[in-house]
Write a protein that binds this ligand. Structure first.
Ligand code: LAN
Length: 742
């Protein structure tokens, strides 16, 4: 098969290319742009996909909604609201704006971007599986990458606010070229210059090397081993993959299959040219084997341990060439393939996340062929990770933030007293219906064999279809349900039995430390971190205790016990007591807590103080809480706000942002209110600042990035600027009255 023209002219069998449309425009230098009035966000039961309408008939049949316009960065035309003077007026204005963004199933959607290594996973997978990519997507993916190219050095980092690295630059360079960008485009030349300055693509981390090998651009010799044999280790072995953090093992799984097959896409003109562009010397001269461990300092957040390096050496030089028997290879590949199929089945091909999704697609392609059912299904679900915004098309960190954001919005509304207001009731009932529809109702088949945590009764972060229990997502959703169902006039959509099922799942999630992790209790020993091969991330190999997750579970258990005092009472009491004790012991001497999922000390402090408040520990009676308040108050900025940069997550010490941040200011206000801080002044000043930043239509604009994972990668939570502001305003008004702050 000739592969000379890149993705541009490929089509799946039987697919007919639509005529080129006049609405794709190009400017004087040939940069293309789609017509943004033609994009639509579809939300089927929480399953979100973007569509580009080609014909005028389609446009007529499917008008653009306010939410579409907002997400695309177009003018929404939402009205100016009466200026807010009090916190509740400000919260109501915010809610008024936000309510227009609710989608028909009842949830809210958002861009969930930040990581810059996700588009490459999808685009390379489409390329090597010869999956056609619509013209409009190609144009907007390129636009997004150009918009996010570092204007100074021409590169890309691990995430949108990060410094340029070999990972970000080499992978996004490849994406642009595969989607048709010319090698002599000035922006590409600039990126290439930087890549060469950094030593070329051989200095990328493991995952970059993997994708280069898949594309056929580099030899598999470049890639540190990913032996599927690991999956044959007996379960009792401390190193066995089922004990790893779920994201790591679910990436390792398909990766090990592809590695074992040494599968590569046949070279074509584009990839052959990339071989010349990505490296600093002619490809024929490169000794790929010698570059297995080459890594640029900017990419080496978590250097590999000597132990892992030695194991890799043994695998490459002894095990693979001399010992690895064929029967074992077959056995391991078969077992891995079985686990891949289970993952596909249990998630209806949407998969745990945006890295294993594309990789599983590739495994199905290799195992079952291009036209197989599994590959077709994957082709349908991968677009659920895509998102379109003003800058172009990007890849979200999950297939959405549906359950998570919807749960917080409900809680904020209840806190602010909006749930009783007939004006907001239809919106909140829809939101409740959404949570009802998204509760996971069944265990997976073969739960034990596929190493899955219990999930019946749980909620995940995005959708029921994705179907992974998350401790705090279950807790926040359950809290939202209990809060609303407790208000007269709201339908009892989730029965007591179903709430109890959620509690049953939560009760399986405590660690011996008392703390809770994210998807599962910790399964492996801490020294597994020595086997962290990814280089770019920290704390990825096992589950850890998180103050955020632990607090959420404590909150759900407390609220549940008020409603069902007889259900598993002693178990719940014991759980809570140990969980709060963990929160206490995880406090740093300066009064702070390190946050793993939001930035950073600000985020975790808010949760920790909520947990302490739930057992009556407050400013008045607890030195610990006073210390935590002091930590925050010492960092209040001139304008009354708080601002912490993502560097805190990387370094483990509080890093001051130059500007105060609306979201973080709301978090601190919530923290101080949970703590029962006795003075209103700092809060008044803080919320006054937040209100001053509100636009006339009730909106708050996006500021610095809010979230993080694995210490080094940031991720956006754009809806926090609505949910947490509303909650903070509501809590303030309850405690200090709805007084004029502006
Ligand atoms: C998320 C998003 C949500 C987040 C919270 C619920 C906020 C947290 O409290 C628990 C952990 C969880 C569920 C979480 C885990 C890691 C995720 C899935 C992400 C940060 C979103 C993207 C990230 C995922 C690992 C990205 C893919 C990258 C790899 C390294 C595989």
């Amino acid at each position: 098969m000739a592969h000379t023209k890149g993705v541009v002219n490929r089509r799946a069998k039987g697919e007919v290319e639509k005529p080129t449309n006049g609405h794709i425009t190009a400017n004087a230098v040939g940069e293309q742009k789609t017509d943004y009035s033609r994009w639509r966000l579809k939300d089927d039961d929480g399953c979100q996909t973007w569509h580009y309408l080609e014909t005028d008939e389609e446009l007529k049949a499917w008008p653009q909604s306010t939410a579409d316009k907002y997400h695309l960065g177009l003018e929404t035309g939402l009205p100016k609201l009466p200026a807010a003077k009090t916190p509740l007026e400000s919260a109501a204005n915010g809610l008024s704006f936000f309510s227009h963004l609710q989608l028909p199933p009842g949830n809210w959607a958002c861009e969930y971007g930040g990581p810059m290594f996700l588009l490459p996973c999808a685009v390379i997978t489409w390329y090597v599986t010869e999956t056609p990519v619509p013209e409009a997507w190609k144009i907007e993916i390129k636009n997004y990458l150009y918009a996010r190219q570092n204007p100074e050095d021409g590169g890309w980092g691990l995430h949108i606010e990060g410094e340029s690295s070999v990972f970000g630059t080499s992978m996004n360079y490849v994406v642009l070229r595969l989607l048709g960008a010319g090698a002599e485009d000035p922006r590409i030349i600039k990126a290439r210059g930087l890549l060469h300055e950094m030593g070329g693509a051989v200095y990328g981390p493991h995952w970059a090397k993997f994708w280069l090998a898949v594309l056929g651009i580099a030899s598999w010799d470049l890639v540190n081993p990913v032996p599927p044999e690991f999956w044959l280790l007996p379960d009792w072995v401390p190193l066995a993959p089922w004990r790893w953090w779920i994201h790591m093992r679910m990436v390792f799984l398909p990766m090990s299959y592809v590695y074992s097959k040494r599968w590569q896409y046949p070279l074509n003109d584009v990839t052959r040219s990339l071989q010349q562009e990505l490296f600093t010397e002619p490809v024929e001269k490169i000794n790929f084997l010698s570059h297995r461990n080459s890594i640029h300092a900017k990419d080496n957040y978590h250097p590999k341990s000597w132990l892992l390096n030695s194991i890799n050496w043994g695998l490459v030089n002894v095990w693979n060439p001399y010992l690895r028997p064929n029967f074992l290879i077959k056995k391991a590949e078969n077992w891995v393939w079985w686990l891949v199929q289970e993952e596909d089945h249990n998630t209806e091909y949407s998969n745990l996340g945006p890295v294993n999704g594309p990789m599983n697609t590739l495994v199905c392609y290799i195992q079952e062929g291009p036209d197989s059912y599994s590959v077709q299904e994957h082709r349908k679900t991968l677009p659920e990770f895509l998102w379109v915004k003003g800058e172009g098309m990007l890849m979200n960190g999950t297939n959405g933030v549906q359950v998570w954001d919807t749960a917080f919005l409900i809680q904020a509304c209840v806190t602010a007293g909006f749930a009783q207001d007939p004006k907001w009731k239809p919106m909140l009932i829809k939101a409740l219906e959404f949570l009802e529809a998204q509760q996971i109702r069944e265990e997976v088949r073969e739960q034990k064999k596929s190493y899955r945590q219990s999930r019946k009764g749980a909620w995940g972060f995005s959708t029921k279809k994705q179907g992974y229990t998350v401790s705090d997502c279950t807790s926040e959703a359950l809290k939202a349900v209990m809060l609303l169902q407790n208000i007269p006039g709201y339908p009892q959509l989730i029965s007591a039995a179903r709430q109890q099922q959620a509690i049953d799942v939560l009760l399986t999630m405590q660690n011996p430390s008392g703390g809770c992790a994210s998807y599962e209790p910790t399964r492996g020993p801490a020294y597994l971190e020595w086997f962290n091969a990814a280089e770019v991330f920290g704390r990825i190999m096992i589950e850890y205790d998180y103050p955020e997750c632990t607090t959420a579970v404590v909150g759900a258990l407390s609220m549940f016990t008020e409603r069902f005092p007889d259900y598993r009472t002693s178990h719940i009491a014991d759980f809570k007591q140990r969980a709060v004790e963990y929160i206490r012991t995880s406090q740093h001497a300066d009064g702070s807590w390190y946050g793993s999922w939001g930035i950073c000390f600000t985020y975790a402090g808010m949760f920790a103080l909520e947990a302490l408040a739930s057992v009556g520990e407050n400013y008045e009676n607890s030195e610990r809480v006073r210390r935590a308040c002091r930590f925050f108050l010492d960092r209040q900025m001139e304008d009354g706000g708080w601002g912490e940069t993502y560097k805190s997550c990387e370094t483990g010490t509080y890093c001051q942002h130059a500007q105060s941040q609306v979201v973080q200011t709301a978090w601190v206000c919530i923290a101080l209110l949970e703590a029962g801080y006795p003075e209103p002044e700092p809060l008044k000043k803080a919320l006054g600042m937040v209100m001053g930043r509100q636009c006339a239509n009730g909106e708050w604009k996006q500021e610095a990035i809010e979230g993080v994972f694995n210490k080094s990668c940031m991720i956006s939570y754009p809806n926090y600027k609505f949910t947490f502001t509303i909650k903070a305003m509501g809590m303030f008004a309850e405690k200090w009255g709805n007084i004029e702050l502006l």
